[in-house]
Design a protein around this ligand. Structure first.
Ligand code: IPM
Ligand code: MG
Length: 361
């Protein structure tokens, strides 16, 4: 029996449109192959939304988001704001607001390692081989959403870092549930030797851990975790951490998978899920047909699996990506000196390869 789903595509800024095109194309292909009915709509967010409406997250986008079953998102950001710390309206505010409004408190970032890309990483293949990590990054709390202040003469600033017990509890439960069906290990990362929020975090995680005696728990300080991640990434299974620590650690971990251009993520709460690459808007290569569409395609796979519970369909997509990589095709970010020139593809050609493989089966 096919399922009916309504999907909102939010391309956003920079390379967002170039990559979501392929995530969407893959979803359409899967729908036709498996007899599902996926309908699509599109909406603005980020810099493009500010230009068109003055707001990084127009009400229309939020309404469409709430009315959809899942969201395929590209990226937001623009260099213009990065170099202007005084800008009051910023593209990133749109992303933060939609996370909050949709209650997307759990950000799942799987570090999926394709064997063919072992040599695309800056780390040694023998360190990486066999790594399989699933990050659970808390997404709607922490210093990201605490009160922000500046004094009158603008010589002092403050961002409040704060967590409620329930916010830690609900993400910890999700992480432990996931660990149960993986390698049964949770590493909770905090800075409990310094931060009060981290002491609350650790206290709550210890309580939840007691409910999962079959799962092994380790607590690690963020500075140590940043080091262990590149020293011995294989030791990790599920990593559970707060918003800011998770933001930083997952960019670091993307190097394990060879490139930011490969990593997908799922942001979930209790309603509509949000699926996006972890890479940003990459304005330096936008509009040049250079961006790697695989992270968006893998985000579509996460939508199928986590958003809709369609495991077989999701596997078809990851297998297709694997196949294309096995054939030696690479986008610039994952190519190296020994990649033959005719195997280095632009965004569109790479997207076509994946689609072609899906259609040929
Ligand atoms: C991410 C991004 C965002 C974040 C930015 C764009 C606000 O870096 O999704 O990791 O910091 O959460
Ligand atoms: Mg980030």
């Amino acid at each position: 029996m096919g399922v009916k789903k309504h999907i909102l595509v939010i391309p956003g800024d920079g390379i967002g449109a170039e990559v979501t095109t392929w995530g969407k194309a893959v979803l359409e292909q899967i729908a036709s192959e498996f007899g599902h009915e996926f309908t699509f709509d599109e909406a603005l967010m980020g810099h493009v939304a500010i230009e068109a409406t003055g707001s990084p997250l127009p009400d229309e986008t939020l309404d469409k988001a709430k009315a959809s079953d899942a969201i395929l998102f590209g990226a937001v950001g623009h260099a213009k704001y990065d170099n202007d710390p005084s800008a009051k309206v910023r593209p990133e505010q749109g992303l933060l607001k939609i996370r909050k409004e949709l209650g997307l408190y759990a950000n799942l970032r799987p570090i999926l390692l394709f064997d063919e890309l072992l040599d695309a990483s800056s780390l040694k293949p023998e360190i990486l081989r066999g790594t399989d990590i699933l990050f659970f990054r808390e997404l709607t709390g922490d210093v990201y959403f605490g009160e922000k202040k500046r004094n009158e003469d603008r010589t002092w600033a403050s961002d409040l870092m704060n967590y409620h017990r329930y916010e830690v509890e609900r993400i910890a439960r999700k992480a432990y549930e996931a660990a149960r069906v993986r390698n049964k290990k949770v590493c909770s990362v905090d800075k409990a030797n310094v931060l009060e929020t981290s002491r609350l975090w650790r206290e709550v995680v210890q309580e939840i851990a007691a409910e999962y005696p079959d799962v092994e728990t380790e607590h690690m300080f963020i500075d140590n975790a940043a080091m262990q991640l590149v020293k011995n990434p294989r030791k990790f299974d599920v990593v559970l951490t707060a918003n800011l620590f998770g933001d930083i650690l997952t960019d670091e971990a993307s190097q394990i998978a060879g490139s930011m251009g490969m990593l997908a993520s799922a942001s979930v709460g209790d309603g509509t899920g949000f699926f996006e690459p972890i890479h940003g808007s990459a304005h330096d290569i936008a509009g040049q047909n250079k961006a790697n569409p695989l992270a968006s395609i893998l985000s579509a796979a996460l939508m199928l699996e986590i958003g809709f519970g369609l495991k077989e369909e999701a596997k078809r997509v990851t297998d297709a990506v694997d196949h294309v990589l096995k054939q030696g095709f690479r986008t610039g970010d994952i190519a190296n000196a020994s990649t033959p020139a005719d195997k280095v593809l632009g965004s569109d050609a790479m997207g076509q390869k994946v689609l072609h493989f899906l259609r040929s089966k």
